[in-house]
Design a protein around this ligand. Structure first.
Ligand SMILES: *[C@@H]1O[C@H](CO)[C@@H](O)[C@H](O)[C@H]1NC(C)=O
Length: 192
């Protein structure tokens, strides 16, 4: 009788453990979907100094020698304000999906590196009306830069994440940047 009882108990225990394992697994998968998987946004940014309607305007001329590797001869302290178009593809005629509004300051006396801060306002698709706030170090001499997503509004309320930033093309001072944003949003914060 005792043996039978302990057999039954271990069978129940095994069932219980298996059940718990399934619950934990399901919880982990749901967790990945809801919170851990970033939203990926990909777009191009047109930083245009020339033409009839420039979207980037230098508002402070920096001092000192031009910084090595800056191409356009950036100086420490150079400050540019921008209201750049964001498009789906790399060409200027590509569909507009938003604006990048902010400024950048050449804040390094060594590398041509800028402190950049901007609001990315989305005007198309599921993120229409939402915005991301991006801030970081943009060393234009490196192929790929990483900037931080420090917040957002709307769908992106309380967002965190990062932006991988590349120069797609460069003519004179006009640049087309390719941005891949990986954004983590809390469903609770977004009211989902
Ligand atoms: C910066 O220097 C350039 C070239 O000398 C000049 O055309 C421009 O007006 C200056 N900009 C500012 C904001 O001082």
């Amino acid at each position: 009788m005792l043996n039978m009882a302990s057999l039954l108990t271990s069978a129940s225990l095994a069932t219980l453990l298996m059940g718990m394992a399934i619950v934990f697994f399901a919880y982990a998968v749901a967790g990945v979907d809801a919170q851990d998987a970033p939203k990926h946004l990909h777009f191009y940014m047109h930083d245009g100094y020339t033409g009839p309607k420039p979207t980037a305007v230098q508002i402070v001329n920096g001092t000192g020698q031009p910084l090595k590797g800056s191409g356009g001869g950036a100086r420490f302290g150079d400050t540019v304000v921008m209201d750049d178009r964001l498009t789906e593809g790399p060409t200027p005629a590509s569909r507009v999906v938003g604006r990048a509004q902010g400024f950048y300051v050449t804040a390094s006396q060594g590398d041509p590196a800028m402190l950049l801060t901007m609001n990315v306002l989305l005007t198309e698709g599921p993120y229409d009306g939402s915005s991301l706030t991006v801030m970081g170090r943009n060393n234009i001499a490196t192929t790929e830069r990483e900037l931080a997503v420090v917040g957002g509004t709307g769908v992106f309320r309380m967002a965190t994440g990062y932006v991988l930033w590349k120069t797609a093309s460069w003519r004179g001072r006009n640049a087309v940047l390719e941005l891949d944003a990986y954004v983590y949003v809390s469903p609770a914060a977004a009211g989902a």
